[in-house]
Write a protein that binds this ligand. Structure first.
Ligand code: AMP
Ligand code: ZN
Length: 450
């Protein structure tokens, strides 16, 4: 299996230190507002990563964090804490806001059929470990104190700029006016923020003799240290994490433990609408519920994403979603037909291997899909099941086919007894499930409509 590693900036053969325990960490959502389809894109792409690794025989141990504290509205340690902001907006406590959006996120995760991580890690469950990490950084002389917190001195880490190819000199020149006098370098970042007397910040912990809360980047380094142990095999996130969040995670882990954080770093790109990144502030948000309300399945959205590549920016349109739906529907009906034809097609003997090989080339799902399309008349039911599982597309679940076959039998019985009302009822019920029946002289056939 080959992956493009942001750290080495090249495609590499994936070689975990232990194939029976591949350690993966995914930066999770800040749980302060409803997730949109752009937010879910990352988890859909990384779900394909997990499934491809599994298909290649690896055993995975994966942690996904939930940020419920410390993520400020700006990446530069200024602005409001997003959770506090969400609480004010909704007239709830920060804990209620976090609980609510954790549930919303997990519901979406489930609806999309994404494989659950081995562990969901909530930032506020790791405060002690995060404090211990700050203590280590202080002990190792990587920090300094200002009026509003403990800051990481990035000049102490000579490789700080390498991961993101940062031009620190330029950053300094550009930021001379913008950054606080107390920060020694513009790239320095808070590992712990102090709460000033009278400051309205509900989530607070006493540490270093006063109330405060952790800096946003801290949780990922401390959760990885606690749950997986660095260096991990794969760390995933969005491209926006490269210059600040991941750069700072790497710096913290180096400063505290003198370790590298991860071997392979993977970053996915943004989803746009009319060329603009989907985001709350632009008001161009689409949710999973919006997709369903327009008569699409969330699996159509998944398939649309997999028609492209995780590293490429993708522009979403409803027309393209319609094409994705049609492709998925055509595949589903190929399978439906196989269940209803007596003559079995001549199949490609190494179909699964060929498909997996294409996908294992840095998750080239588009090439894998092209291979499926070119082979549709030679794919056996077993191979279709493999495709469905490999991409998590829910093409034809066994319970659906079993139900259709059973209901058609019941309808035939009703028709034999001339019980037309029941026969019609069964037809209407199936149609609601997206199954239409076609009566012919040689029997009743079924087709999927959505
Ligand atoms: P935000 O709450 O806007 O910071 O988003 C949380 C994470 O979701 C970001 O770090 C991004 O990696 C991801 N994200 C946000 N908007 C998009 C988008 N339009 N497309 C893909 N990913 C996104
Ligand atoms: Zn992170």
């Amino acid at each position: 299996m080959k992956l493009y590693n942001t750290a080495s900036k090249k495609i590499e053969k994936f070689q975990p230190s232990n194939p029976n325990d591949v350690k993966i960490y995914t930066c999770g959502p800040t749980v302060y507002s409803a997730p949109h389809i752009g937010n879910f894109a990352a988890y859909i792409y990384w779900d394909l990563l997990i499934r491809t690794l599994k298909a290649n025989g690896y055993t995975i141990r994966r942690v996904l964090n939930l940020t419920d504290v410390g993520h400020l509205t700006s990446d530069g340690d200024t602005g409001e804490d997003k959770l506090e902001k969400g609480a004010k907006r909704e007239g709830k406590t920060v804990w209620e806001v976090a609980d609510y959006y954790i549930k919303t996120f997990k519901d979406g995760f489930k609806k999309l059929g994404l494989i659950e991580p081995t562990k969901w890690a909530r930032a506020t469950d790791y405060i002690e470990q995060s404090e211990a990490l700050v203590e280590k950084l202080i002990e190792n002389n990587f920090t300094y104190e200002t009026a509003d917190g403990i800051y990481y001195d990035t000049s102490k880490f000579s490789n700080y700029a390498d991961f993101a190819n940062l031009d620190l000199e330029n950053l300094k020149a550009g930021a001379r006016v913008a950054y606080s006098d107390e920060k020694r370098n513009p790239s320095d970042f808070a590992v712990w923020k102090f709460i000033k007397p009278g400051e309205d910040h509900a989530m607070r912990w006493d540490f270093l003799g006063r109330p405060g809360y952790p800096g946003w980047h801290l949780e990922c380094s401390s959760i990885i240290h606690t749950e997986l142990g660095e260096p991990i095999d794969i760390h995933t996130g969005g491209v926006d994490h490269i210059p600040v969040h991941h750069t700072n995670e790497i710096a913290q882990t180096y400063g505290a433990y003198n370790e590298s954080l991860a071997h392979t770093w993977l970053h996915c790109n943004f989803i746009t609408i009319d060329g603009k990144k989907i985001s709350k502030s632009l008001g161009n948000i689409i949710t999973l519920e919006d997709i369903e309300a327009k008569g699409y399945s969330v699996f159509d959205y998944k398939l649309w994403l997999y028609q492209g590549h995780y590293k490429a920016e993708r522009n979403f349109t409803w027309d393209d979603l319609e094409s994705a739906k049609n492709r998925r529907l055509s595949w589903r009906n190929k399978i439906a037909l196989l269940y209803q034809t007596k003559t079995k097609p001549e199949t490609i003997p190494d179909f699964k291997e060929q498909l997996l090989e294409k996908l294992s080339d840095d998750l080239n799902s588009a090439a894998a899909f092209a291979y499926v399309d070119a082979s549709t008349d030679q794919i056996a039911i077993e191979d279709w099941k493999y495709i469905s599982e490999l991409f998590g597309l829910n093409l034809i679940p066994d319970d659906l086919t079993n139900k259709v076959i059973q209901r058609i039998h019941q309808r035939n019985d009703a028709r034999d007894k001339k019980d037309w009302a029941i026969a019609d009822q069964i037809r209407d019920d199936l149609l609601k499930d997206g199954v239409s029946l076609l009566d012919t002289s040689s029997g009743t056939y079924w087709q999927l409509t959505k």
